[in-house]
Design a binder for this molecule. Structure first.
Ligand SMILES: [Ca+2]
Ligand SMILES: [Ca+2]
Length: 496
């Protein structure tokens, strides 16, 4: 038997196959709790969390606040209270939030909300606003409206859209969404979304001072309310809830809530038409069998059938901390609290669907997810939000990523001492023999050094991480152990 096993191992080496590590295990931790109807959050370069609370689900509006928490998830305070300005009824409210890409120097924070100058009875002046604040010692100052649109035709109060983001490689434009405001419940002949003369059912783009970019695809006279709506980036959306960009190509991926049959994920391209209300998913509106045959309609890259999960937060994951998701889309839902893992093909464009699996059911109690983000530490942060008085932000990390949590998992990576000034001993368990590469990567996932590459036998392995020999400056890194078809990572802190 021993000989046969050795022969098999030799054969595996010759075939270039590698040894599996134990499957990755994730730790889900509720970091921030007790939030009242939270919707969205962003993470500052220093790790602080900035989040929005919707303001309730019916009038009168209460606690429509922007709140700040430290990088360690300790509550700092109310950044700004918009309760007297926000209409929270139904899907309206204080919704999206994004920090300026140059936040570290300009301290600008942008929020998207339904404004009502008489929010306590709902009969006031209905508007969608984007307001910019300047952060001073965790407090919002100098509120400046950069987008202010009369939406008094928003009778139904749902399909508001409501998120806003910057591209990764373009710091001068704000992208945001407005849903079709449930106008006529999607009657194709009356619908807003498939017409260029209004901003509803659209992805929109403005300069960050609120002016209109002249290179928008349907720019004509600079007046968004005459002829073409000059803000439009793409059209034919029902309720595009959230969106994200590839950090490499700036491709835009959007989650969209469907009507009867299909939720969608779209890869959104400048100037294209995404079907609604002529089509839902890959089919004609109100049909589950007749294919969408509308000229120029771009079909979704992926869809979810009945019962619709109401897809919400969407994240383009990019890090070697969880390499199993590198260049994957993670997308959350509102109805179950799940996160789906979508594998895309055709790099670096990543414009082809390969597969979708459910990664995990984050929210064990009732409630759904609204927003997911990638932290600087490579972990995923997920917000339980919307119609809940006990909203939370969870961190989802590879097990043993937290250096202060000793592991009881014998197959995990161990580093000791850690933090370390110079030499730390790395140990791990291989379940089979094979080719192994041990790397040091920085917080952005970039390879800094290769510690070891070669074949190792099954069993416990030990290596020395020598910071001076590897020329590693003081800071936080990840040590990754890769066997070709599996990888585990652990955090290493190097001190001076
Ligand atoms: Ca115009
Ligand atoms: Ca569509």
């Amino acid at each position: 038997m021993l000989t046969m096993k050795k022969t098999l191992q030799t054969l595996l080496f010759l075939l270039g196959l590698s040894a599996p590590l134990a499957a990755q295990v994730y730790t889900t931790t509720p970091l921030i709790t007790g939030l009242s109807n939270p919707v969205a959050f962003d993470i500052a370069p220093d790790g602080r969390f900035f989040l929005t609370q919707k303001g309730g689900v019916s009038l009168p509006t209460t606690n429509a606040q922007i709140k700040v928490y430290s990088a360690a998830a300790v509550y700092i305070g109310v950044f700004y209270d918009l309760t007297d300005s926000v209409n929270c009824d139904f899907e309206r409210g204080l919704l999206g939030i994004t920090l300026d890409p140059n936040f570290a120097t300009n301290h600008w924070v942008y929020v998207y909300y339904n404004y009502n100058d008489d929010s306590q009875n709902g009969n006031g002046d209905e508007r969608i606003r984007i307001t910019r604040f300047t952060e001073v010692n965790n407090v919002g100052t100098q509120p400046t409206n950069i987008f202010d649109l009369d939406v008094s035709n928003s009778i139904a109060g749902n399909h508001v859209g409501g998120n806003l983001h910057f591209m990764n490689n373009d710091t001068s434009h704000i992208f945001f969404t407005i849903g079709d405001l449930a106008y006529q419940q999607g009657n194709p002949s009356l619908n807003y979304a498939n017409k260029l003369t209004n901003p509803y059912g659209k992805h929109l783009r403005i300069n960050k001072d609120g002016s209109i970019p002249t290179d928008n695809p349907f720019y004509d006279d600079g007046n968004p309310l005459a002829t073409n709506c000059d803000w439009i980036w793409s059209y034919g959306h029902r309720n595009p809830f959230d969106f994200c960009f590839s950090p490499v190509t700036d491709s835009l991926y959007s989650s969209e809530n469907g009507w009867n049959f299909w939720d969608e994920m779209n890869q959104v391209t400048r100037g294209k038409f995404y079907g609604w209300a002529d089509c839902e998913g890959n089919f004609l509106n109100s049909s589950s069998s007749n294919p969408c045959n509308v000229p120029n309609a771009v079909l979704p890259i992926e869809d979810w059938g009945s019962p619709l999960p109401a897809v919400t937060g969407i994240l383009y994951y990019s890090s070697q901390v969880m390499p199993e998701f590198d260049n994957h889309i993670l997308i959350a839902d509102n109805d179950y609290g799940r996160i789906y893992n979508i594998t895309l093909g055709n790099p670096p464009a990543y414009d082809q669907f390969v597969s979708r699996v459910q990664w995990m059911d984050v929210v064990s109690e009732s409630g759904g997810l609204t927003t997911i983000k990638q932290g600087a530490d490579g972990c995923v942060y997920a917000m339980k939000g919307g119609y809940t008085s006990n909203g939370k932000i969870y961190s989802i990390c590879p097990q043993n990523l937290a250096i202060n949590t000793p592991s009881t998992d014998a197959t995990a990576l161990h580093l000791a001492p850690n933090p370390v000034e110079n030499q730390s001993a790395l140990s791990y368990q291989l379940t089979e023999s094979g080719t192994v590469t041990v790397r040091v990567v920085d917080l952005s996932g970039r390879e800094v050094a290769v510690v070891f590459t070669g074949t190792q036998m099954a069993g416990k392995q030990q290596l020395t991480i020598d910071a001076k020999a590897l020329n590693l400056a003081a800071g936080t890194y990840f040590i990754t152990v890769n066997t070709g078809d599996s990888q585990r990572a652990t955090k290493l802190v190097i001190t001076n």
